[in-house]
Design a protein around this ligand. Sequence first.
Ligand SMILES: Cc1cc2nc3c(=O)[nH]c(=O)nc-3n(C[C@H](O)[C@H](O)[C@H](O)COP(=O)(O)OP(=O)(O)OC[C@H]3O[C@@H](n4cnc5c(N)ncnc54)[C@H](O)[C@@H]3O)c2cc1C
Length: 346
Amino acid sequence: MSEAIQTDVIVIGAGPCGLFCVFELGLLDMKCHLIDILDRPGGQCAELYPEKPIYDIPAWPIITGQELTDRLMEQIAPFAPQFHLQQMAEKIEKTDDGKWRLTTDTGTVLEATCIIIAAGGGSFVPKKPPIPGIEAYEEKSVHYAVRKMEKFRDQNLVIVGGGDSALDWTIALQPIAKHITLVHRRDQFRAHADSVNKMNTLRESGAIDFITGQVTQLHGDDGQLSKISIKQADKSMIELNCDHLLPFFGLTMKLGPVAEFGINLHENLVPVDTEKFETSTPGIFAVGDINTYPGKLKLILSGFHEAALMSRQAFKYCYPDARLKFEYTTSSTNLQNKLDVKEDAA
Ligand SMILES: Cc1cc2nc3c(=O)[nH]c(=O)nc-3n(C[C@H](O)[C@H](O)[C@H](O)COP(=O)(O)OP(=O)(O)OC[C@H]3O[C@@H](n4cnc5c(N)ncnc54)[C@H](O)[C@@H]3O)c2cc1C
């Protein structure tokens, strides 16, 4: 087992509520490591509606999902949170010295006194294309995300999809792959205009191939692809040499491993009390869309409020003998020092 990273708090989920936990815990001198299966922070705001305006964030009459994420990242920067992205928080267990040990699907191990579950509607998981037997090739030669670009150097790649991920990875991998064929069921794309233009330039110059159609069959041995069959728009079939298939069909949300953590669940949500926001397991707290209590509203502002209250309880859990003062950021030099804003405030 790799050596465990030690921290005060592990936050599962880097959505808006997980990010704000870093701020509230940071004011109490508690350091956070965050884990998210996505490749960037922001949760639903960044993944599902980055350009949509939100109108009910206090003091922001209008702010997009991405802008809110960017502002939160700016706000928590003084606390130097560590992110473990593209990793699924998979297993938690208690250590002999009473800490929590969390292991991710890529083998990262973290130990902390408490865990905050800010897992929203669950982890984002890829939508899989309906190709018979695709599971046998997953991990080895079928990939729903690019974790290391080097893996694809000098390889024959087939990328499937018409959205941002499919086009962005076509553009990013083209210089290092041996050959790329982009397959989409129609010659129209849902990606940013700039990405569509770049992809079309590659296509017109012959740097990549484009096929209108659908992948129907995979051929290979022991999980390693050698060829794929494609049904083209005119219903004719072709076979292509293919070392790796990268289908990008979007993401869906599933509760995932949180269901296996051993905490009480109610209809796939985590019941908490509204004083501590603690789960049925001491030392494990839950904030944001993942939790439930009488009157719960699944709003970002609810998660922010929950993060503030939860943080004080997490502090008491970690340091039962320490004194916890209530302070305002406007008037506390102590808090301003932590935020590195002393001069501005003077
Ligand atoms: C289209 C749309 C519009 C919306 N508009 C508004 C609005 O106007 N105002 C408003 O207040 N709210 C709005 N919401 C709801 C708002 O987005 C959610 O309330 C908010 O995102 C919840 O934040 P969160 O941090 O709790 O969870 P999320 O944003 O869901 O983030 C949770 C994160 O946890 C990660 N995760 C989960 N499990 C694991 C695991 N095991 N390992 C690793 N990572 C994991 C997920 O990948 C995800 O990134 C809207 C939602 C949608 C879909």
